[in-house]
Write a protein that binds this ligand. Structure first.
Ligand SMILES: Nc1ncnc2c1ncn2[C@@H]1O[C@H](COP(=O)(O)OP(=O)(O)O)[C@@H](O)[C@H]1O
Ligand SMILES: [Mg+2]
Length: 289
């Protein structure tokens, strides 16, 4: 156990990093933030701000030597950086969990391999893959970049193969997933915390409403039937165990018109659908982090 008084680090100085920093301060920890932006929201309230890039080994080493443990506020930190950092301190979540969640191909393949239903999808590594994928999937389809998408960015609805090719080109021919657009009744998410030795604590399932791809409202508890609620919690716990996860994990799900629960994506960090925990719960998702 790392007790208050110790120093914790966070990779990334954005708003989630800032909320982590505030929670850590309340609990009595020192916080070091690594972020290149001299005015980053978390860096400006941290005890120490290392103005460096998360690719830069010298900055990572400085962070690792300062801290008992480091976490991350976003999934796009290179797994290699987390691996390197782990030479100097505890890193949670670890490189493997982050590298799976930051790449939609790895993420959806991982979910499928662990028996967690997803929307039907195919991995598109190069343009030639589109044609074969098109034959196995039912339009309308969404083409999503495998990496760096958020708030609906890096995804486009495609109605025929020509449009899919156009979108692939527009995304810079980077790896993508091609995925069936499923008829949704609602979307739900589970935010949980898991200890290094496998104990899980879950927040209630949240019901999420998006406006133009961006989360607009979360209603808790979700107004879904008990079976969906149970399935979502069980799937999220199964994912956390399969990743041997340590820290806060969020999993987003679709609930389809046929009453199916499909896992959509996971975030290896606190989630915007869990912000209510700051006011409504005994411990917030940032304290759990
Ligand atoms: N296969 C799909 N079927 C129906 N709606 C989808 C599908 N994929 C994404 N969406 C909609 O777009 C939103 C954002 O997509 P998501 O894959 O979660 O990417 P992001 O990383 O931008 O959150 C989802 O919350 C959902 O409302
Ligand atoms: Mg999402």
């Amino acid at each position: 156990m790392i007790l208050p008084g110790a120093t914790l680090g966070v990779l990334g100085g954005g708003q989630l990093g800032r909320m982590f920093t505030m929670a850590a301060h309340t609990l009595g920890y020192r916080v070091v933030v690594l972020d290149p932006d001299p005015h980053s929201p978390a860096g400006s309230i941290a005890d120490q701000h290392i103005e460096g890039d998360w690719h830069d080994h010298a900055s990572l080493q400085m962070l690792g030597e300062e801290c008992a443990a480091v976490t991350t506020e976003f999934e796009n930190v290179p797994a290699e950086s987390l691996e390197y950092l782990s030479r100097f301190c505890i890193v949670r979540p670890d490189a493997r969990a982050v590298s799976i969640s930051q790449d939609r191909i790895r993420e959806k393949t991982f979910l499928r391999e662990h028996g967690i239903p997803t929307a039907p999808f195919a991995a598109i590594e190069e343009e030639e893959d589109l044609e074969a994928a098109w034959r196995t999937l039912m339009p309308p389809l969404l083409l999503k970049t495998a990496r760096l998408g958020y708030d609906g960015k890096g995804q486009r609805m495609v109605e025929n193969l020509a449009q899919a090719r156009e979108a692939f080109e527009a995304f810079g021919r980077k790896p993508c997933v091609l995925e069936e657009k499923v008829p949704l009744t609602t979307e739900v998410s589970v935010v949980l915390a898991r200890t290094h030795d496998g104990q899980c604590a879950l927040y209630p399932v949240g019901e999420n409403h998006h406006e133009r791809g961006i989360l607009d409202t979360t209603i808790v508890p979700a107004r879904v039937d008990a079976r969906i609620e149970r399935e979502a919690m069980d799937a999220a716990v199964a994912i956390a165990h399969a990743l041997n996860y340590c820290g806060v994990l969020a999993v987003e799900f679709f609930v389809t018109r046929d009453g199916e629960l499909l896992a959509n994506e996971m975030a290896p960090r606190p989630h915007n659908s869990g912000h209510y925990t700051l006011d409504a719960c005994i411990t917030s998702q940032f304290e759990q982090q």
